[in-house]
Design a binder for this molecule. Structure first.
Ligand SMILES: [Zn+2]
Length: 270
């Protein structure tokens, strides 16, 4: 009888611990990348991008070390970064990627952020001399579909790491970028009286926001250039090696992380 009592008590205790763990899980999402907002087919695309990030040469050296470092920083940062794919074609949605803060932690221990990739925009992006950046590179030039996704992810990761490594910067992004955007939205939307900001205050805010965005963009673009260079170099090495492999045996596998490239009719299908 006593034994049964003890068993019931232990079961109840375990149940309590499990319930507590569930509550904690609900309150605090897991850290690093969280892909629960992706559909099953999006998840496949995400896995392909991950394959590119971690691709290695035949000596086991990373082909894209910058991208890999940024990825690993996020995974071990203690912050949460949700991944979302958006697929709009509208002119207003021409942005290829976006990084935003969803929950600012004043202690700086666990921010919640989101990276959104607009796959349609990336697929339709024009690549030519007109899109050459001041630093001298043409985004996406020489890259395939999946490598372009990796380049945009790299740009957003550069933002994420640069912002999340400084509590002051996270606060500035929250206050100057996101709150200003909210004020503008509510001002021109239906809830006009939601914010009591005068026109002069708003224009000062917008100027400060744009200056901050300019500085953040400059930093991310420098990183994107390095990532693009690594992707182009990796792609060249990749095709050289597979050409060699084709010549030698046709089926022989080299030490490269083989990426799964979906068939054209499957690519990007929701
Ligand atoms: Zn950017």
């Amino acid at each position: 009888m006593q034994k049964r009592h003890a068993l019931v008590t232990v079961s109840l205790l375990l149940l309590t611990v499990w319930a507590d763990a569930q509550t904690v899980k609900l309150k605090y999402p897991q850290t690093g990348f969280v892909t629960e907002r992706l559909s099953v087919s999006d998840l496949e695309t995400w896995k392909t991008i991950e394959g590119i990030v971690f691709a290695e040469d035949k000596e086991g050296q990373p082909l894209h070390p910058t991208l890999r470092n940024l990825w690993q920083w996020i995974e071990t940062s203690g912050h949460t970064v949700f991944i979302e794919f958006i697929k709009f074609r509208g002119i207003s949605n021409c942005t290829a990627g976006l990084f935003t803060i969803e929950r600012f932690d004043p202690l700086g221990e666990h921010h919640i952020a989101v990276i959104k990739l607009n796959l349609t925009s990336i697929n339709l992006a024009y690549v030519g001399p007109e899109t050459r950046k001041p630093s001298g590179f043409v985004p996406f030039k020489g890259l395939g579909k999946q490598e372009r996704y990796a380049e945009v992810l790299g740009h957003e990761l550069a933002h994420a790491v640069h912002i999340l490594t400084s509590l002051e910067r996270v606060g500035l992004v929250e206050e100057l970028v996101q709150q200003t955007n909210q004020i503008l939205l509510s001002r021109y939307g239906k809830r006009q009286k939601a914010h009591h900001t005068t026109a002069a205050e708003l224009s000062r805010r917008v100027a400060k926001r744009d200056e901050l965005l300019r500085r953040l963009e400059e930093q991310a673009e420098q990183m994107e250039k390095v990532i693009w260079e690594e992707l182009v170099k990796g792609k060249r090495l990749n095709s050289k090696l597979s050409l060699l492999a084709d010549k030698e045996s046709g089926k022989r596998e080299f030490g490269l992380a083989i990426r799964q490239i979906p068939k054209p009719d499957q690519a990007g299908k929701k």
